[in-house]
Ligand binder design. Structure first.
Ligand code: FAD
Length: 376
């Protein structure tokens, strides 16, 4: 069979694959993106789309801050605002011990020169969240954070990638990868492809794709769940999370509440399925009604779960493969990769096109996980 030849093949049509493909094509590469089902089928289409620097692991802060600047100018990148609103993010403390956790983090950030988070008292918290329960005593706030619309974001990245010349192929799962001279040869459900460069953005299945090029990178799986409620009167403008419990709450422009925060459903990676665990989900619903008693009687309209890879340290894998020439990895976002989409695509394109990047990605090298696997 004759192979289609490109400069780079991106495996995985979620937002990270689309962003890498877009930046690669803008950098002058001939790129195709191969997606096993349809674009946005997994984590990117299921996402709560929170755009947050608040509470990030310190290793992620520099990249997340750059990504935040990019989100504020996202139209310049993809020709659409992606439904991004910077109404802020608020992490609520329900007692003194939780507030201390936030204060300690805040001073550690300050000592490193970061000032993107602030601590607010009960009075300012009440101003930001008028319906919050009276026992909440303060919060950490990032005022330039917010949330986007995941489907609008997918459409915008898709259109921008196509306009930049990327060939997008859906129903095109990669089944085997082998070396062919200086190139990689990929056998897929829609033909054979060859390229000197590969980007592994295969989400929950990225460990399998990595193994096809010889990288054994241990990964876990997340099946985070979301609830959407009926419409209600204005309740919250910022995205709300909690120090002590798994929670993410936001209100859409239409008035529905989106509730998530990491409560886990069930999954079957082979069948590519994530299913809702209603008992676990009820805990997230209870948390919301305890923090915002006014929502106690609101009706749930829909619930879903989405699949993605998680690493043992909950940091992503971003970087060139230590073993496979021309292969770049971008996966393992462990439940918080949406915000990083614009900047990770740019970093991956630099790695592929120039062999390196000045962006601070050393903490995300795959070798930290491979060493643990080898030692086990
Ligand atoms: C319910 C939920 C809520 C979330 N909320 C937030 C949030 O508020 N803020 C935040 O920052 N992040 C959030 N996240 C995380 C964020 O959505 C993800 O980190 C991000 O979307 C991951 O994008 P991705 O492109 O890496 O993966 P995906 O979107 O999963 O894309 C990977 C793609 O690779 C394809 N693929 C796999 N194997 C192959 C193969 N062999 N050949 C071809 N294609 C293949 C899959 O079909 C899939 O479409 C949330 C995630 C979930 C599930």
């Amino acid at each position: 069979m004759i192979a289609s030849v490109y400069d780079a093949v991106v495996i995985g049509g979620g937002l990270h694959g689309l962003s890498a493909a877009l930046h690669l094509a803008r950098g002058g590469a001939r790129v195709t993106l191969l997606e096993r089902s349809w674009l946005g089928r997994h984590a990117s289409g299921a996402s709560a789309a929170g755009v947050r620097t608040l509470g990030r692991d310190f290793a992620e802060v520099p990249l997340a801050l750059e990504a935040m600047t990019m989100w504020h100018e996202i139209s310049a990148l993809v020709g659409d605002d992606c439904g991004f609103h910077a109404h802020g993010q608020v992490r609520v403390a329900e007692n003194r011990a939780e507030l201390q956790v936030l204060e300690q983090r805040h001073s550690a950030l300050r000592s490193l020169g970061y000032d993107h988070e602030e601590i607010v008292d009960a009075r300012e918290l009440k101003r930001l969240l008028p319906h919050v329960a009276p026992h909440c005593i303060g919060a950490a706030v990032a005022r330039d954070n917010g949330a986007a619309d995941p489907h609008r974001t997918l459409r915008a990245f898709r259109r921008a990638a196509e306009a930049a010349g990327v060939t997008l192929r859906e129903n095109c799962g990669v089944e085997a990868i082998e070396r062919a001279g200086e190139c990689w040869r990929l056998r897929t459900a829609c033909g054979v492809f060859e390229a000197p460069n590969l980007v592994n953005a295969a989400g929950a299945w990225a460990g399998e794709v990595a193994a096809l090029v010889g990288d054994r990178i241990p990964l876990g799986t997340k099946a985070s769940m979301m609830i959407v409620t009926e419409r209600m009167n204005p309740l919250v403008k910022p995205v709300v999370s909690s120090v002590g419990r798994p929670l993410s709450l936001k209100q859409t422009d239409q008035g529905t509440l989106l509730i998530g925060g990491g409560v886990q459903g069930r999954f079957d990676l082979k069948k590519e399925e994530a299913t809702v665990d209603f008992a676990a989900l009820s805990k997230a619903a209870r948390t919301v009604s305890e923090l915002f008693p006014v929502v106690r009687d609101v009706r749930i309209v829909r619930a879903w779960a989405g699949l993605e890879a998680k690493t043992v340290d909950l940091l992503p894998v971003i970087g060139l493969s230590p073993n496979a020439p021309g292969v770049a990895h971008a996966f393992g976002f462990s439940g918080h990769g949406f915000q990083l989409v614009p900047v990770v695509g740019a970093a991956i394109a630099e790695l592929v096109l120039h062999g390196g990047t000045n962006r601070p990605i050393a903490a995300f090298d795959a070798r930290r996980l491979m060493a643990k696997e080898a030692a086990a």
